[in-house]
Design a binder for this molecule. Structure first.
Ligand code: PLP
Length: 420
């Protein structure tokens, strides 16, 4: 592996030149798809050694536990991020649920922003609540509110790196100081900015969860999720993990996750998804930089050039309350998602129906530019009260900017606005 100097330096070289765990028997230049459930051993002693973790280089035994194609993707993400341990799972939601199933307990609590992806909100508010885990929603702009929500049963602080669709950015380095003083781990969903644009460890993040369905999959090819452990938290402060073994290779969190939780839940990543996402990793920096530059250009256009646009959200705009922290945390442009509001929900529908190039679809960071009206789709089944708590407005649209020529995207937006 090439030396990691700063997060961005040699990023693509590190990812592309990361070696396989074991040499491929045919010398394949891309890790093949190992589409099989079980792996054979030459004798009883070696299969016993594999099951008892007594080998020098671990073998694969069963694809629900580990698989060479999945391991290859994990190695690339480790090289990209500088994290100590990576675990791939079947989806971003599998990454988030497996993380909290590893550290939360009945009577424990999670301090979190209420501005979350809909299923994460539902996981906290309904699924985990049924097992006695409390979620304490806080305003992440208010450091005192965060500090006073923490007690001896706080399992974690959690937020998304840039909230969606609100585009808020928590001051992670400042929050990290509070959490370190109280021995609470910081867990952040960083789906919105990949490792070439954000150094999680430097910002104080202990555990990162990512929907690799987005930037990583390389054009919305597959669903996937990643959990990254930076090895920075002392888990003896977590009541669930205080007695879990710490090995040289794994923190108690990764040990619990890999040896118990993930294999019991069984949301393993499919080897074909791992193959496609490993390819996606190799072009990640290139795609991220182009998409983000186009998003920045469109945000500037919408915010200054068109009178039918009531409000535009993008962290790099001077009008954003989060510009300063965005410039501090991120290298280059803050990603390929922007929001804008028209005068009403009806105007949004009419605008979206006129678009010719931009697609009406959910998902983020496809190669294709996608637009959605969050209030009536992602949050469509939530009650009015819940939408209010989550701050979801009905005149707002979310745009995920793809790889098309930006002039064509701008022309599509102009023709649709002019038809209103
Ligand atoms: C910020 C964020 N986290 C998590 C998820 C869930 O990821 P997945 O759909 O891969 O389960 C999404 C999906 O849109 C998301 O936007």
């Amino acid at each position: 592996m090439a030396q990691k100097e700063t997060q961005n330096e040699k990023f693509s070289t590190r990812v592309i030149s990361e070696k396989f765990g074991k040499k491929d028997v045919h010398g394949a230049i891309a890790m093949p798809i190992y589409r099989n459930a079980a792996f054979e051993f030459p004798d009883s002693e070696s299969i016993a050694a594999a099951f008892q973790y007594k080998e020098e280089v671990a073998s694969h035994t069963y694809t629900r536990i580990t698989n060479p194609s999945v391991e290859n993707l994990e190695r690339k993400i480790k090289a990209a991020s500088g994290s100590e341990n990576v675990m791939m799972l079947a989806s971003g939601m599998a990454a988030i649920s497996n993380t909290f199933l590893s550290i939360a307990y009945a009577g424990g609590n999670i301090v979190a922003s209420p501005h979350l992806f809909g299923n994460t909100f539902s996981l906290f508010k309904f699924t985990l609540a049924a097992f006695g885990v409390e979620v304490r929603f806080v305003n992440t702009d208010d450091l005192e509110e965060i500090a006073s929500a923490i007690d001896e049963n706080t399992c974690a602080f959690f937020c998304e790196l840039i909230t969606n669709p609100h585009l808020e950015i928590a001051d992670l380095p400042e929050i990290s100081k509070i959490l370190k003083a109280r021995n609470v781990p910081m867990i952040v969903d960083t789906t919105i900015i990949p490792w070439c644009g954000f150094d999680a460890r430097k910002a104080g993040v202990d555990i990162e969860v990512v929907s690799t369905t987005k930037y990583i999959s390389g054009g919305a090819t597959t669903i996937g999720g990643a959990i990254l452990d930076y090895g920075t938290f002392d888990w003896s402060f977590n009541k669930r993990l205080e007695t879990v073994e710490k090995t040289d290779a794994m923190s108690p969190f990764s040990f619990k996750l890999k040896r118990e939780i993930a294999r019991n839940i069984g949301a393993a990543m499919d080897p074909e998804a791992a193959y496609l996402q490993a390819l996606g990793m190799e072009s990640l920096q290139l795609r991220f930089e182009k998409m983000s530059a186009s998003a920045c250009q469109l945000a500037r256009f919408l915010s200054t050039q068109h009178k039918k646009v009531v409000k535009t959200g993008y962290p790099k705009l001077e009008s954003s309350h989060y510009k300063k922290i965005s410039d501090t945390l991120f290298t280059g442009n803050p990603g390929a998602m922007l929001t804008f509001s028209l005068e009403s929900k009806e105007a949004c529908y009419k605008f979206m129906n006129r678009l010719q190039i931009i697609r009406r679809a959910t998902n983020l960071f496809d190669n294709k530019t996608l637009i959605i009206h969050p209030e009536s789709t992602i949050y469509g089944t939530f009650s009015t009260e819940m939408k209010k708590l989550m701050g979801i407005e009905d005149n707002l649209m979310r745009l995920s900017v793809g790889l098309e020529d930006v002039a064509d995207l701008q022309a599509d937006i102009i023709q649709a606005l002019e038809g209103l």
